[in-house]
Design a protein. Structure first.
Length: 393
């Protein structure tokens, strides 16, 4: 797990506009697959027996239809339009599809597939449950006068794909709401941490600063006539100040100390986001584990997961947390194993060296190296002798 510059694989999130050229290309190809039903209208315009006016009108109508469809479905999925805009654009499609199919023939019945997709993906569920069957009925009725066989073959497809898109649209909307909720929760958690830090600092410093102010005033009054007593007050001020500084440092250190449970949850999110199949324990058993040892394991897990994501090229990673009884006493063992290369370097990087030093201060050890099918990191820290030792992850 040495340093490397391999790029982290990017994945296009559901319901989010493309952020780079690769994501744009992926979505464009996905859109292109669905444009297969435009083949019949295009061939009809090129090879059909329509007059010049009908051909020009059909080409303009088809261009407007496709533009409105793409704007309504694919743009609206990433950045939703206002409900009024959705209804307006959906209405345009609802007019163009039957008009073009009725006037230009059965080759244009495939437009109802796009109409069904648009209504299923963008309309509210109750409206979509009525609109999708209505589009299928309208398509079939128009097909009776133009191409009944084509209409009969498309009616089931229009129904199925329309109702399928209601599920896709609901999934996208739920994903967007979940992303917003997660952002809100993170913001609330950050606000709560700031409030808690403010309360703790007030409790730590309020008494000390008040005492320093009081003794400073006393020293000022005593200084002209009683220099010895004033010196004692100044000495007390120094002692109080040093104690306040130590309290603040201890409080800040506690805030900066990572927790293993939080790092496990973060590891699951980071690995999944990077496209790595992750197996991570949910609730760690930290019985008898000192805070310094827990902090060292948390830092180790963070560094190990970072290396897996950035440098290893792995697509699978397993994190285990085991209590073990050894001749030297009970231990808590953290194992991070992946099926990647571990990076191209021949020796340990600065990150692993720093982790080894951190674990050594907590009385633990670190092992890292290649295994049969990848790379494994093992970190062990001592557990209090009286702790209950199990073997589960």
């Amino acid at each position: 797990m040495t340093e490397d510059r391999h790029a982290v694989p990017e994945h296009t999130p559901v319901g989010r506009p493309p952020r780079n050229r690769r994501e744009l290309l992926t979505k464009t190809l996905w859109i292109g697959v669905w444009l297969v039903f435009l083949r019949s209208p295009v061939e009809d315009l090129v090879d059909g027996g329509h007059g010049t006016g009908a051909t020009v009108a059909g080409a303009l109508g088809l261009t407007v239809f496709v533009g409105v469809y793409l704007a309504l479905v694919f743009r609206n999925i990433g950045r939703p339009f206002a409900p009024r805009v959705v209804l307006t654009l959906g209405g345009v499609l609802g007019v163009l599809a039957p008009v073009l199919a009725y006037t230009l023939g059965g080759a244009w019945l495939g437009l109802f597939v796009y109409l069904s997709v648009a209504w299923g993906a963008t309309l509210p569920l109750r409206a979509a449950y009525w609109a999708v069957p209505a589009s299928a009925v309208a398509m079939y009725l128009i097909g009776l006068g133009t191409d009944e066989e084509e209409a009969r073959g498309l009616v089931v497809l229009v129904l199925l794909i329309g109702f399928a898109m209601t599920g896709v649209g609901q999934l996208v909307r739920t994903t967007i709401e979940l992303r917003r909720a997660r952002a809100t929760v993170a913001q609330l958690a950050a606000n709560e941490e700031r409030l808690r830090l403010a309360r703790d600092l007030h409790d730590l410093l309020g008494h000390s600063l008040s005492l320093i102010t009081l003794k400073s005033e006393l020293a000022g009054r005593m200084l002209p006539g009683h220099p010895d007593k004033a010196a004692q007050q100044v000495a007390d001020i120094e002692q109080v100040g040093r104690q306040a500084l130590a309290d603040v440092r201890e409080a800040v250190t506690g805030y900066r100390r990572p927790r293993l449970a939080a790092e496990l949850a973060g590891a699951q999110v980071a690995l999944t986001a990077a496209g790595v199949a992750a197996e991570v324990p949910a609730e760690p058993d930290l019985t008898g584990v000192p805070e310094e040892a827990e902090s060292a394991l948390a830092w180790t897990l963070r560094e190990a997961v970072t290396n897996v994501v950035r440098h290893s090229g792995a697509d699978r990673c397993t994190v285990r947390l085991l209590h073990r009884q050894t001749l030297d006493g009970p231990l808590l063992e953290l194992s991070v194993e992946d099926n990647g290369s571990g990076g191209p370097g021949a020796g340990p990087g600065n990150g692993l060296t720093g982790l080894a030093e951190r674990l050594e201060k907590a009385g633990g050890t670190l092992e890292a190296g290649r295994v049969r099918r990848g790379f494994r990191l093992l970190a062990r820290v001592p557990v209090a002798p009286g702790a209950d030792i199990g073997s589960g992850a």
